[in-house]
Design a protein around this ligand. Structure first.
Ligand SMILES: Nc1ncnc2c1ncn2[C@@H]1O[C@H](COP(=O)(O)OP(=O)(O)OP(=O)(O)O)[C@@H](O)[C@H]1O
Ligand SMILES: [Mg+2]
Length: 251
């Protein structure tokens, strides 16, 4: 087949289209992670040969027995815990090669964290707790309050905003923690056993809230022991002895 002049624009179009039709960029990519912690009898290998991709809008569940490396993996993905080797790339940034200040900014702008034990500041009100990431980001004071109020309303706690953590139930405290995690509108939320300290009914409410946030476009990675919690996940990664043992697909 001969190519004529008239064919050329079409060919260029095709190339351009092929480029824009490449698979959606991973929001987060981990490459060959290894993590060793110092131990009495030599290093403990908490992760080895772990590679994964998280794509925009996914709700990834991570499960596996105690000690399999789930928390370690989440901390590495979120910029909290450097791997011994391997790398984490988010939005084109090799995050552990960033200057420490840039890494701190990455954590503030790109990831929200939710932990099992809520980790609210006990002497700050719900509203003040939710404002904290905005203070760190240098958002103007008035805007801080508006955004924090919006985030608290999103988790159904507008009327509890002036309470201290100990004046809230466990489920409410976790909702404040979730509001704090999303107030800065990060693209990714990482949650480590977010229902672990809650009774099953309250835990389900928290999962419903995560599902709703995921529906709003937030990408989620949630670590959990409980198979029940995984039914909202679009994909489930299973860990064993520091490796990704497999992908279980949609539950
Ligand atoms: N700071 C640390 N120093 C030394 N060893 C650690 C440290 N953190 C974790 N480990 C070890 O690394 C391994 C993985 O721990 P990790 O906390 O990631 O597991 P996990 O899957 O989150 O467990 P769990 O379900 O109990 O929370 C374990 O053997 C643990 O003892
Ligand atoms: Mg853990």
């Amino acid at each position: 087949m001969s190519v004529t002049q008239a064919d050329i624009p079409t060919a260029v179009d095709t190339i351009t289209r092929a480029k824009s039709a490449t698979p959606v960029e991973a929001v987060m990519r981990a490459e060959n992670l290894r993590k060793e912690y110092p131990g009495g009898d030599g290093p403990v290998v908490a992760l080895r040969h772990v590679s994964l991709e998280v794509r925009p809008g996914e709700f990834v569940g991570v499960t596996g027995p105690s000690g399999s490396g789930k928390t370690t993996l989440l901390g590495i993905l979120g910029g909290l815990n450097p791997p011994t080797s391997g790398r984490v790339v988010v939005d084109g940034m090799d995050i552990y090669r960033l200057h420490p200040e840039r890494l701190a900014r990455f954590r503030n702008e790109y990831v929200g964290f939710v932990f099992q034990e809520f980790q609210l500041i006990p002497y700050l009100t719900a509203l003040q707790n939710v404002m904290l990431p905005l203070v760190a980001a240098g958002v103007p004071r008035k805007r801080q309050q508006e955004m924090a109020e919006e985030a608290l309303a999103r988790v159904g706690l507008a009327d509890r905003r002036h309470r201290l953590p100990h004046q809230l139930s466990g489920g409410e405290q976790q909702r404040v923690a979730i509001a704090r995690a999303v107030v800065n509108r990060p693209p990714i939320v990482l949650a480590d056993e977010p229902t672990g300290a809650l009774d099953s009914r309250t835990g389900r409410q928290i999962l419903d809230l995560f599902a709703a946030l995921n529906g709003d476009g937030i990408t989620l990675v949630m670590v959990t022991h409980h198979a029940d919690n995984l039914r909202y996940a679009s994909r489930v990664l299973s860990m064993r002895d520091g490796t990704l043992a497999g992908e279980m697909g949609s539950p």
